[in-house]
Design a binder for this molecule. Structure first.
Ligand SMILES: Cc1ncc(C[n+]2csc(CCOP(=O)(O)OP(=O)(O)O)c2C)c(N)n1
Length: 688
């Protein structure tokens, strides 16, 4: 017993919160707010599971928790399990009373009825009585759950049921000393976590602790050798019925591989680089539709999105399933059904929490989100990354499916939205986490996105962040080239380079779909104005390739990095996100001194796509200017190019001010064509 107690919250022992080390847990108890969304995530597609979720009255004040009561509008009693929320009103948080504990019984009751629950109240402070009341409440709740489920399973689900919940009101620090040093302890915030300290200075406290511990009558629970009494141990459930051994609490045990169609089937035909335009995420949506279809029988795959499924171009998934919906429906609603597998609710927290609960109990999913607003769940991402990091070192925790994000509607293509919708900083946040759990992919085109998606769905125990555009954009690589490029993660685009067999004068690197387009257009201009210049084009799909191999398992060795990026030639790098991220990842590389990065520098507004890159000086003209500025040997040969660039930027500004769209020389630019061609620039109205 001494050993057991000493390890609790002790250096080298076990954490004080429920943590990955705790058998049976899927829910880290540290950062409050996610109890219910994790519980619902666990219950979806688990018809035999009842998930009891205890919600503190403090936790109930958090934003994510407050909105998660509505998860019951997405739970199908016929095919999902049940969640039994137990709202614990112990009245206090760390230092303050809790709101829900200080409103009238009537208000409280009405609030939860309004959320669609039937509250069962258990209130008091007399332990023996409370045990009986709680047992009766649990029986009542379980019976109600059974009634709801059998009715729905008999008739197929139709109406949204009114699920039971328990509201438990008991004193905070229940059964701890009533008073310590003359101050109220039980039934007050002072009992939060550690109700007293100063054990060295105040010997009286040792006595209080002793009396407190003895009040639990250990002599009735343990024999004289300190062993738990067998007749009491007998009461505990057996085998997998034990909370610690529930396989749902170690989801990897239940994980089945997804049945994946061959992603090559969805390839965009590319006769020559950039000749075809494609909406990358729409191609991904077709692939995901068939992933959904192939795994319909296993019921282990769902898509999650804060109302952006179609906006991010995954609408084809709705050909084979619907959006989950148990609330009221109108005849003119679109694809809503109780058994839908597309989870859409306008709360990034819910999407993330549901998906985490779903993954942690051994299933698969993909979360699509606008890039700027994924920051809403920064902190949830942190917790999940920490969870995975710790699990990697716990042998009995079996690998689970990766948490996959598609970030679209990204910073560079906002059309009518503008500055509020521009922020590529989630990747900066993600790379703070342990290299062993995070992966960041910026596929330059549709075929690369397909290859990356297939990889993400097969991977385990990672967080994969994929950033890709949804607007028509050039497809550069054939599927075969895309597979090779994505497998390598970074490489020279030979067809765009002209330095074969010689040293390049400059390396033009790019990462992200729009930076790739601008880089290639810049290379095209360089060929026109300075044809003798030897240019090497490098594209980066896997951002972590840039880090040294000592820092990230995907990192290039210094030797390989030097071979690609040279030891001393200027590198002009166009990056999707904030430029300093590239510096941060490469600061130890030999040629870092020659690295010049263009990226998003917080300039943006409601404007044309090309103007966005101009405002941030990542456009083709600025890239050409950067090359010229870094190659003094060009001397006066560059004068005409510089002037042409200056004039083009003026033409651009004048044209968009008059026409409200990009100049035909930008819109119609195509790799390998002499002049502009007609092309479609946006599918912004395409939200159906
Ligand atoms: C998101 C978040 N904010 C703040 C905290 C700090 N914190 C830890 S416990 C707590 C009070 C929790 O109160 P309640 O949920 O009622 O739990 P209980 O009374 O059962 O301890 C707070 C504010 C936290 N853990 N998570």
């Amino acid at each position: 017993m001494k050993k057991l107690f000493k390890q609790f919250s002790f250096p080298g022992g076990i954490p004080s919160h429920v943590a990955p080390e705790t058998p049976g847990s899927i829910h880290e108890g540290g950062e409050l707010g996610y109890a219910l969304s994790h519980a619902f995530g666990a219950a979806y597609d688990n018809p035999g599971l009842v998930v009891a979720a205890v919600v503190g009255d403090g936790e109930a004040e958090t934003g994510p928790l407050a909105t998660s009561w509505h998860s019951n509008k997405f739970l199908n009693p016929a095919t999902d399990g049940a969640v039994l929320p137990i709202l614990h009103l112990n009245g206090y948080k760390i230092a303050n009373p809790c709101v829900l504990a200080r409103i009238s019984h009537e208000e409280l009751d009405q609030l939860f009825r309004g959320y669609g629950y039937t509250p069962i109240f258990v209130e008091g402070s007399e332990p023996a009585k409370m045990h009986q009341l709680m047992a009766a409440a649990l029986d009542e709740a379980c019976n109600a759950i059974q009634r709801i489920q059998s009715a729905a399973r008999r008739n197929g689900s139709a109406e949204r049921p009114r699920w039971p919940m328990i509201i438990l009101r008991s004193p905070k620090g229940w059964t701890c000393p009533k008073e310590i040093d003359g101050k109220r302890a039980e039934g007050s915030w002072r009992s939060h976590q550690v109700p007293m300290g100063e054990m060295h200075e105040k010997p009286g406290h040792i006595k209080i602790l002793q009396d407190w511990m003895k009040s639990y009558k250990p002599q009735e629970l343990f024999d004289k050798d300190g062993r738990f009494k067998p007749d009491l141990a007998e009461i505990a459930p057996k085998g997998e019925r034990r909370m610690s051994a529930n396989p749902h609490g170690n989801g990897g045990l239940l994980l089945r591989d997804l049945c994946l169609p061959d992603f090559r089937k969805y390839a965009v035909e590319v006769k020559k680089p950039g000749a075809t335009d494609a909406e990358a995420t729409r191609a991904m949506g077709k692939f995901l539709r068939d992933v959904m279809k192939l795994n319909m029988g296993s019921k282990n795959f769902r898509l999650f999105s804060p109302d952006e499924n179609n906006s991010n171009r995954w609408q084809d998934a709705l050909e084979v399933t619907n959006r989950a919906w148990m609330a009221e429906k109108f005849p003119y609603d679109d694809h809503l059904a109780p058994d839908g597998r597309v989870m859409e609710v306008l709360s990034e927290h819910q999407c993330q929490g549901w998906l985490e609960g779903y993954l942690l109990t051994g299933r698969h999913g993909f979360f699509s989100c606008y890039e700027a607003f994924i920051h809403i769940i920064d902190s949830m991402f942190n917790q999940h990354a920490k969870w995975l990091k710790v699990c990697n070192h716990i042998p009995w925790r079996r690998p689970i499916a990766s948490l996959n994000y598609l970030l679209s509607s990204h910073v560079w293509r906002q059309d009518h939205n503008g500055f509020s919708h521009q922020d590529p900083g989630f990747i900066d946040h993600v790379v703070n986490k342990k290299a062993e759990v995070v992966r960041v992919y910026l596929p330059p085109d549709a075929n690369c996105l397909l290859s990356v998606t297939d990889h993400c769905l097969r991977s385990r125990n990672y967080i994969n962040v994929v950033v890709a555009g949804k607007q028509p954009a050039p497809a550069w690589l054939t599927m075969d080239q895309a597979i090779k490029h994505c497998t390598a993660g970074v490489g020279i685009w030979e067809w765009a380079s002209n330095d074969k067999g010689v040293e390049p004068d400059v390396v033009m690197a790019c990462c992200g779909d729009v930076p790739t387009l601008e880089t290639l257009a810049a290379v095209d201009l360089l060929r026109r104005y300075l044809p003798e210049l030897k240019v090497r084009v490098i594209n980066v799909v896997n951002l972590m390739k840039l880090q040294p191999s000592s820092e990230h398992p995907h990192g290039l060795s210094n030797h390989d990095f030097d071979t690609l990026f040279t030891k001393d030639k200027p590198i002009v790098f166009a990056f999707h996100g904030y430029p300093w991220l590239i510096h941060r990842l490469t600061y130890r590389r030999t040629n870092h001194k020659s690295l010049h990065v263009r990226g998003y520098k917080e300039e943006g507004t409601t404007t044309t796509p090309f103007d966005m890159v101009v405002l941030n000086e990542m456009d083709r003209f600025h890239l050409v200017q950067d090359v010229i500025d870094r190659l003094p040997q060009l001397g006066s040969r560059a004068a005409y190019a510089k002037q042409a660039i200056r004039d083009a930027l003026i033409d651009h500004k004048n044209y968009i001010a008059e026409h409200g769209e990009d100049h035909p020389f930008v819109l119609g630019w195509k790799w390998g064509e002499k002049g502009p061609v007609a092309r479609r620039s946006s599918t912004e109205g395409d939200n159906v």
